[in-house]
Ligand binder design. Structure first.
Ligand code: NAP
Ligand code: F7E
Length: 340
């Protein structure tokens, strides 16, 4: 039985990856942070098993507590490490740039150092991001596209991605970065635009919310479905050779189109007034919902033209995303409506 350690197991991707690895017969260990309230809702259903016989074991720790990380790695002796943890909100990285860089850049370096010192070979996955490309001059992007981030989050991910390459080349570590484009699901955090939209659609339909405030409606993203992306992460660590891969659908839609698809799925028509700035943002009597643009959600700099080329992942990992853009919007809206 193989052993995997997931750092970031309580997050969206960590929870789907834990499910996948358990289904593949792994023993799974996960690092969890101390919080003032339990925040393990995404993995609670996986924690069955008699004491001592669980296949999912949790350990307290933190990315920034290197001593406990080192101790845990020695104790767990994983075959594979999936490093998915960090400050994952791009907009907030402008508000908390130092924490973002500590968690996403320096802590990844610390982990690579701990892994380098282990006395047995370990395969290491790093969750990189399309945000390393910023506003690329050409598309679709590949792992060879020049790195030019436009926000603190992208800078931190670029640093960590390059370090994984260095540790692969210099020390022969089996270290891979998945350069993932946006991937969403009903488990997505509520302050990402897709989940904000799907939750709002469900609540507005149920009469529990009146207004929907969004920022840049013209922002375009390459949106896929998270359970499919964790498949690619796992395949990267089963490959014959370590490498970086773009994980993307190759197609984009705007925030406006994503929102229209989600609302339409629940029988609501989303109306944009004038230049996109609505006077009112509430459900009207005839079932139409007017959307209000709120400058508070604009970012000091916006990445754009991000569309990934999944060809290398298809050819070398046999991975192809199936659920794209508006499909994801419809699936998320339905899930939030059903959850009530
Ligand atoms: P997420 O839902 O925000 O999950 C982040 C995870 O990291 C959570 O388990 C969180 O723990 C943990 N974490 C944060 N800071 C930590 C620290 N200091 N010590 C230990 N754990 C810490 O993110 P996600 O969507 O699953 O994404 C997973 C990774 O992929 C992230 O690194 C993200 O930046 C990257 N990524 C995501 C996407 C995407 O579209 N989803 C695209 C590209 C890259 P708590 O639950 O305790 O907060
Ligand atoms: O924004 C616009 C916003 O915060 C998407 C993370 O997983 O993917 C994610 O980062 C777009 C942006 O995701 C609102 O300006 C409009 O253009 O959902 P988001 P993100 O910034 O693309 C990358 C690949 C990652 O690596 C990250 O970890 O939507 N937008 N109105 C809004 N965004 C938010 N959050 N809220 C709004 O109201």
């Amino acid at each position: 039985m193989k052993t995997a350690l997931i750092i970031g197991i309580t997050g969206q991707d960590g929870s789907y990856l834990a499910e996948l690895l358990l289904a593949e017969g792994y023993r799974v260990h996960g690092l969890v942070r101390r919080a003032s309230m339990f925040n393990r809702a995404r993995i609670d259903p996986l924690r069955a098993g008699a004491p001592g016989e669980e296949r999912l074991v949790l350990h307290y720790g933190d990315l920034n507590d290197r001593t406990s990380l080192r101790r845990m790695l020695r104790k767990v002796a994983p075959d594979e490490i999936y490093h998915l943890a960090g400050q994952s909100h791009v907009g907030l990285s402008f508000e908390i740039p130092e924490v973002t860089c500590e968690d996403n850049a320096m802590a990844t370096l610390g982990l690579l150092e701990v892994v380098r010192d282990l006395d047995r070979p370990v395969r290491f996955y790093h969750a990189s991001s399309s945000e390393i490309f910023g506003v690329p001059k050409a598309g679709p992007q590949t792992a060879a596209t020049p790195v030019e981030p436009v926000n603190p989050y992208g800078c931190a991910k670029a640093f960590a991605t390059q370090l994984c390459r260095v540790y692969r080349q210099a020390y022969g570590l089996f270290a891979c970065s998945g350069i993932a484009y946006n991937h969403e699901s009903p488990r997505r955090g509520e302050n990402f635009v897709t989940r904000k939209i799907s939750l709002s659609a469900a609540r507005i339909r149920a009469g529990r919310q009146e207004e929907l405030h969004l920022g840049n409606l013209d922002a375009r993203r390459d949106w896929g479905y998270a359970p499919e992306y964790v498949q690619a992460m796992w395949r990267m660590l089963q490959a014959g050779q370590a490498d970086d891969f773009v994980l993307a659908t190759g197609r984009t839609c705007t925030v406006r189109e994503f929102a229209q698809a989600a609302f339409a799925e629940l029988g609501l028509e989303l109306v944009f007034e004038g230049s996109g700035v609505a006077e009112v943002g509430r459900r009207t009597d005839n079932g139409r919902v007017v959307l209000r643009v709120d400058p508070r959600y604009f970012r000091p700099a916006e990445s754009s033209a991000l569309v990934g080329d999944p060809a290398a992942a298809r050819e070398r990992l046999g991975w192809a995303p199936r659920t794209v853009g508006a499909d994801v919007a419809r699936l998320m809206a339905r899930a939030d409506a059903e959850a009530g």
